[in-house]
Design a protein around this ligand. Sequence first.
Ligand SMILES: Cc1ncc(C[n+]2csc(CCOP(=O)(O)OP(=O)(O)O)c2C)c(N)n1
Ligand SMILES: [Mg+2]
Length: 241
Amino acid sequence: MLYIRYINSFVIFGHKINYINLFKQISNYLNYKMNINISKKELIEFENKIAEKWNNAEIPYYIHLSGGNEEQLIEIFRQINLEDYKISTHRSHYHYLLSGGSPKKLEKMILEGRSMHIIDRDLNFISTAIVSGGPTMATGIALALKRKKEDRHVFCFLGDAAEEEGHFYEAVRYVDGHNLPCTFIIEDNDRSVETSKIERYGKSEMRWPSCVKRYNYKPTTPHAGTGEFVNFSGTKLGSTM
Ligand SMILES: Cc1ncc(C[n+]2csc(CCOP(=O)(O)OP(=O)(O)O)c2C)c(N)n1
Ligand SMILES: [Mg+2]
């Protein structure tokens, strides 16, 4: 039964629905549907556009471009839904776009200096620039989802440098031991800033439990920036599109 009792909400089968929230959810879903099928070409074009803006001194903030892992990520994101949590890193642009994020919104955030801190609650998308900061957040969220008996999953991305942090070990052990709905995805580009794995820890390899997946890729962009020397003096901070 549907009846209208409040100015800003209605009740259907005993559930009170707020008009504004309902409208927001529909518009989020439509936005998500519009952006979710982004192609490899569009991903590359997006990062090229950001690189051009960086080279033109239009982004006086740190940026970490993605490149070389388009196909692997497109495949991984096929298993991820709007309701799932996506925990990203300092290299978040592709993750955001593949989560159904709007390229326009992302560009605006990058121009505002938020490249390393892309957060969008409508998409359940969080990123952190603290290397291996994501796994601990992911674990907490997964614990809450399990306690609430919610049928949602947490997908946490991290680099091969984050893999060697103690936080990651603790998070993995907790998720594995308590069977939490969380998958960690190591994006192994054999690079911690510019240092390879063999230089960092010799031949050592960790054998993680099944909640940890890994894909390897050859990055097509430098660790940060574009590799160009850019003179940012005189650039206005906080500039937007
Ligand atoms: C706790 C912490 N230590 C150091 C840094 C500096 N830092 C930023 S990115 C980075 C390397 C990250 O490498 P990886 O996790 O493999 O991701 P990639 O950049 O290769 O995608 C480091 C050491 C940081 N942001 N946070
Ligand atoms: Mg790396």
